[in-house]
Write a protein that binds this ligand. Structure first.
Ligand code: DOR
Ligand code: ZN
Length: 349
């Protein structure tokens, strides 16, 4: 049986770091294992312009733990007022690696998102021209559509028409949660990627709802039925280049989660690599963990893979704290509900 596994240092292609005290507390949880991450722009107010991204990048660099080698890859939050020239300048600067599309009202801090795609057509066309990827939160917000169907409906109503309307646009389907998402991702060639989160590989809606409601499993897009989880596990462990890791680690403090109207988000930065080794071992695919966590993402983003390495060891139950303390209250770490046997034993920066 394999008991150690050395892979290129992984990257996280979808991460929420927040700002201020929360940023300070969660950043080391990511930099411990990951070399780079695509940083989500849904702050309040959002990161909309190149200047906003520069300023936020500066705050992240200031919050880095001493000695950490970490490269935050910045994104811009697409609004109906986004200026195509600013987007092109952001791309040319090298600092900004993607633009994020939130349908208005779809999730946390998405009020400034897009209601009318025609309003951003010029920006999308410019992005297609310069090869800047669009990261898409793929859920419709139509109140008539059941929350468990919102991803599948988005693909038909929005994603496919958008990709037809803007040929050449490079798109990342963020945090896919359904067999429909997997299937659609497979219709693309090199211009369509899909990230998959750690928690969507480990839990389905039964874990969230049977025997009591577990607010720390609530996220958006919400976890679906077991057959979708199975499709995601098959996709992630397939080795196919279009699928790569985006944890969507999204910290909220316990007060925000454990509430009559709890926030969406699962915080998984600290134990993601242990979780993934667990899943890939269960799927007899440990030899494809590196593709998912360390190779496919950089290839999509046209960046070199990391030169440094990370070693995982199967050493028996690993202790992770239940919570991390932050200046704005405790944040509960994702708990898959069973022991994790793989530990990161070496992660030289
Ligand atoms: O669960 C989620 N949390 N999904 C999102 O799309 C946003 C994120 C957040 O920012 O908390
Ligand atoms: Zn997210």
């Amino acid at each position: 049986m394999t008991t150690t596994l050395t892979i290129r240092r992984p990257d996280d292609w979808h991460l929420h770091l927040r700002d201020g005290e929360m940023l300070k507390a969660v950043l080391p949880e990511t930099t411990r294992h990951f070399a780079r991450a695509i940083i989500m722009p849904n702050l309040v107010p959002p990161v909309v312009t190149l200047d906003d991204a520069r300023a936020y990048h500066g705050r992240i660099m200031d919050a880095l733990p001493q000695g950490a080698a970490f490269d935050p890859l910045m994104t811009l939050y697409l609004t109906e007022n986004t200026d195509a020239d600013d987007v092109a300048a952001a791309h040319a600067s090298g600092l900004v690696k993607a633009v994020k599309l939130y349908p208005a009202g779809a999730t946390t801090n998405s009020a400034s998102g897009v209601s009318n795609l025609d309003a951003v057509r010029g920006v999308l066309e410019r992005m297609a021209e310069i090869g800047l990827p669009l990261c898409v939160h793929g859920e419709v917000t139509d109140p008539e559509v059941d929350i468990f169907d919102r991803e599948a409906v988005f693909i038909d109503r929005v994603l496919e028409p958008m990709r037809r309307a803007v040929p050449g646009l490079r798109v990342v389907m963020e945090h896919i949660t359904t067999a429909d998402g997997v299937e659609y991702a497979r219709t693309g060639d090199g211009d369509l990627g899909a990230t998959i989160t750690t928690h969507h590989l480990m839990i389905n809606r039964n874990h969230m709802l049977v025997g009591g409601i577990r607010p720390h499993y609530y996220c958006l897009p919400v976890v679906k039925r077991a057959r979708h989880q199975k499709a995601l596990r098959e996709a992630a462990t397939s080795g196919e280049a279009r699928f790569f890791l985006g944890t969507d680690s999204a910290p909220h403090n316990d007060a925000g989660k454990e509430s009559a109207c709890g926030c969406a988000g699962v915080f998984s930065a600290s134990n993601t690599m242990s979780c993934l080794a667990h899943v890939f071992e269960e799927e007899n695919a440990l030899n494809r963990l590196e593709a998912f966590a360390s190779l496919n993402g950089p290839a999509f983003y046209r960046l070199p893979p990391n030169e440094t390495r990370l070693t995982l060891t199967r050493q028996g139950p690993v202790d992770y704290p239940a919570k991390i303390e932050t200046g704005v209250g405790p944040v509960t770490l994702f708990d898959p509900g069973h022991p994790l046997l793989w530990a990161v034993s070496e992660a030289a920066a």
